[in-house]
Design a binder for this molecule. Sequence first.
Ligand code: DCP
Ligand code: MG
Length: 371
Amino acid sequence: PEGSPPTAVATVSQYACQRRTTIENNNKIFTDAFEVLAESYEFNENEGPCLAFRRAASVLKSLPWAVECLGATEDLPCLGDHTKAVMEEILLYGRSLQVESILSNERYQTLKLFTSVFGVGPKTAEKWYRRGLRSFSDILAEPSIQLNRMQQTGFLHYGDISRAVSKAEARALGNIIDEAVHAITPDAILALTGGFRRGKEFGHDVDFIVTALELGKEESLLLDIIDRLKHHGILLYCDYQASTFDISKLPSHRFEAMDHFAKCFLILRLEGSQVDGGLNIAEGDSRGWRGVRVDLVSPPVDRYAYALLGWTGSRQFERDLRRFARSEKRMLLDNHALYDKRKKEFLAATTEKDIFAHLGLEYIEPWQRNA
Ligand code: DCP
Ligand code: MG
């Protein structure tokens, strides 16, 4: 009505980078359902609805309260008719028929199983599915299938890699990498990034950024670390990718493109004796060690802040940072740089705070980026 006071409830931004999202999720019953729907659309290469459900899930994750009726969602962004219909079903019956039908769908189940193998993406999973393969034993028994090295490793270490990594395990790996890095270069910089930097209790891997204060030294540093891990006998797998970074290139428009920094995807052998409270392994597993996926990324030191911001995630937070930069500020952001299209210049940053400031955003702490 006319003359009514402005509402006291702060509006929720459509951009994840303007919301604070901790690991506490008050709307898991909805966001779990949305994730299944998004994944199913992703398997069908239907990008629009996939992104719509991911955005909706992200908005609900940011709420400090649980949605208890549809009316409460009126002022929230990114919730379309389809999304609200699913929410209404869940509110009324505690479940969604569409989600249940996806979960019991053979194609969904099979693609989900196949993509759970390290080195197997949706394309390969789809190819195998279309050839009538339904299980790991079908794949391994099929003589015409040539697994690449990554996929062979994926099957070899399937149990370990598909098991969540605990915070204590991440910490133990941090100590191992830290020892290696500082034995090589005392003034190197090592930072934990990815989900563990956001405060998550469990992850699928452990991500680190490592760089050298002296520009140009970062690439040999990474190779030296790999050598040292090998020498210690704990390197179970290593896929090293040399830098293809080009300082003159504008930031990429494509989000899913990998960045160009030197990096390696590893599987390291972690001993139970190195982990406070012991390993996260199956009951009855008496090996005393486990394999853990570790990613090391090595940007030049002048790109450290951009790399750290880009690798801290979450994916939805990163997507929205870039979308915000492009749509609201006419700037291009990726893991390497920020470019102002109006001024036609790159903006330098030594800390994440610098980057938020360039974008005119309030600083969001890593633990508030679980969008
Ligand atoms: N990332 C990126 N581009 C890629 C892959 C990842 O910018 N091609 C960023 C976003 C991710 C972060 O790196 O949040 C780490 O990637 P992970 O897949 O390890 O994701 P998380 O660490 O967030 O989650 P998990 O607990 O599953 O490891
Ligand atoms: Mg990770």
